[in-house]
Design a protein around this ligand. Structure first.
Ligand SMILES: C[S@@+](CC[C@H](N)C(=O)[O-])C[C@H]1O[C@@H](n2cnc3c(N)ncnc32)[C@H](O)[C@@H]1O
Length: 262
């Protein structure tokens, strides 16, 4: 099983902070609101919402990440609580939040429709949900796609669906729109943004994922040495191809933020 508390996900979370702010801006999170952060990880969106004066709740199944989120909230004295739970059965009452967000989080839930319907269930009528997902073609997407393919080849299909990067449908804005509509969301809007990742070299970026990122670490465990060496070589080819900095590594990944009203 993929364990998101394995490795050091906090490093990745730090690089996602600009996207967190973007999702909160799209959802127009402001002081006095109640905000639910689904698949909160180390608490980025919940804590950023609390910094805006909202009362925030984060939900995630990874206990180790929730502990980090709780200590971040305590350190900065922020109004945020963190609950263990799964996106398919959120441990919160019906219609209890003004805003429900998920930053590259709900896209990992095995049953996408159930998870989106849960986000809507938790949101008050007239409230807003907003979530982000990577679009095809960027560095993150292409490296994650290679990883997913390698994990899928090495594991039984059902397990690979539950353990690995999000399935490709999440890269299709039309699919996201119809998913939201199927769950009864209205006024669906899709907005696109860029996020830039940097490291001292493509090799260093891949090395960071290999050492610290829970999904790459999971891949390293399930692939044999030859398959891992192949994945590494293919990933570095892609990273060199997309590199925007001739003296180091920088790559832009495009993502979509879907916003809808319950
Ligand atoms: C890429 S991380 C994003 C974390 C956080 N939203 C952020 O911006 O840093 C994906 C998160 O999804 C969580 N996750 C995976 N499967 C989940 C599920 N079925 N229900 C809820 N969260 C899940 C993981 O534990 C992890 O924290």
């Amino acid at each position: 099983m993929l364990d998101w508390s394995d490795g050091n996900y906090a490093l990745t979370a730090a690089s996602l902070a600009p996207a967190t702010d973007q999702v909160l801006d799209v959802a127009a999170v402001s002081a006095g609101q109640s905000v639910l952060d689904v698949a909160c990880g180390t608490g980025n969106a919940a804590l950023a919402a609390a910094r805006r004066g909202a009362t925030a709740t984060g939900v995630d199944p990874a206990i180790g990440l929730l502990q980090i989120a709780r200590s971040r909230a305590a350190k900065d004295d922020l109004a945020a609580e963190f609950l263990a739970g799964d996106a398919s059965a959120l441990p919160v009452p019906e219609a209890s939040f003004d805003v429900c967000v998920s930053v590259f989080g709900v896209i990992f839930a095995p049953d996408a429709q159930r998870a989106i319907c849960e986000m809507l269930r938790a949101t008050k009528p007239g409230g807003v949900i907003a979530l982000s997902s990577w679009l095809p073609g960027g560095a993150v997407d292409r490296a994650a796609k290679l990883l997913r393919e390698a994990i899928t080849a090495a594991m039984p299909p059902t397990a690979a669906v539950e353990d690995g990067p999000p399935p490709p449908q999440w890269q299709d804005p039309d699919w996201i729109s119809s998913l939201l509509a199927r769950c009864g969301a209205r006024d669906v809007e899709l907005l696109e943004f860029d996020l830039r990742f940097a490291a001292v070299s493509p090799e260093a970026w891949f090395g960071e994922q290999e050492e610290h990122h829970p999904v790459w670490r999971f891949g390293r465990r399930v692939l044999d040495d030859d398959a891992w060496a192949d994945l590494r070589r293919q990933s570095l080819d892609v990273l060199h191809e997309v590199n925007e900095d001739s003296e180091a590594f920088a790559a832009t990944s495009r993502y979509v933020v879907a916003r809808a009203v319950r």
